[in-house]
Write a protein that binds this ligand. Structure first.
Ligand SMILES: [Mg+2]
Length: 244
């Protein structure tokens, strides 16, 4: 059994840990050529109803998948690009004060990488796992600033993300679903981490289905063992074609 896809599917895909193997740093991930090929073909077959849903910025997403450029939800929902290429920000940029706090934390913990995505920030501690407790404490001490500046924190795989309060991947997905070519289609969403739960939770309400990677999440219908298994499924799907 694999997730159901047909010509009326709107395919929403998380990137890191779902399509791509996690790497030591965010820049070190690899997009295999056959994945790019499969995604390009599926994007055409679904008439543009394929979108990435990521904590990465739109800029970073485009760099990874160039020359493919699809609709996309970046920064956990804070930036949304429609299939027509129009970008909308659903939240203001992260404040300078919060940006400075995160820069200080990265500086104080060797091996911790700051990813500044304008509408979101991420501290990656995969190279310095011991830094996690100290960073968490420091962020607790600055809870007042974070609340005042409208920031919520979310912990993922070896990463702590700051994103605008009230914004999540589900919010971004709803914004795309209101528009062509996504409107009226049946959603299929795939993800692997905490931030994907916001989409998994809303699937029953929007009549969609979901798959996860590596472990089961409430609300998913299918679990792939690894990103590699997801890539193999997508390659098969692209080869077989999507029935109208
Ligand atoms: Mg992921």
């Amino acid at each position: 059994m694999t997730p159901p896809v047909n010509g009326n599917t709107a395919l929403f895909l998380d990137i890191d840990g779902t399509l791509l193997d996690l790497a030591r740093t965010p820049d070190a991930v690899v997009v295999p050529a056959d994945l790019l090929e499969a995604l390009s073909r599926l994007h055409d077959e679904l008439r543009g109803a394929l979108a990435f849903v990521s904590g990465r910025s739109l800029l970073a997403i485009d760099r990874l998948f160039a020359p493919l450029r699809t609709a996309a939800i970046g920064c956990h929902g804070a930036e949304v690009r429609g299939a027509d290429g129009k970008v909308r920000a659903l939240a203001p940029p992260i404040s300078d004060a919060v940006r400075a706090l995160f820069a200080d934390l990265a500086q104080a913990h060797p091996g911790v990488l700051l990813e500044d995505k304008t509408y979101a920030l991420a501290l990656h501690y995969r190279l310095a796992p011991e830094a996690r407790a100290s960073i968490t404490r420091a962020l607790e001490n600055h809870a007042g600033l974070l609340v005042a500046d409208g920031i919520s924190l979310i912990a993922g795989k070896a990463v702590i993300d700051a994103r605008p309060a009230g914004i999540d991947k589900g919010v971004g997905l709803r914004a795309l679903l209101a528009r062509k070519p996504f409107a009226g289609r049946r959603v299929l969403f795939g993800g692997d981490d905490t931030t994907d739960m916001d989409v998994f939770h809303m699937l029953p309400e929007i009549g969609g289905s979901g798959f996860s990677v590596g472990k089961h999440f409430p609300g998913v219908d299918h679990v792939f063992a690894s990103p590699r298994a997801v890539r193999q499924w997508l390659a098969r799907l692209a080869d077989e074609g999507v029935a109208a």
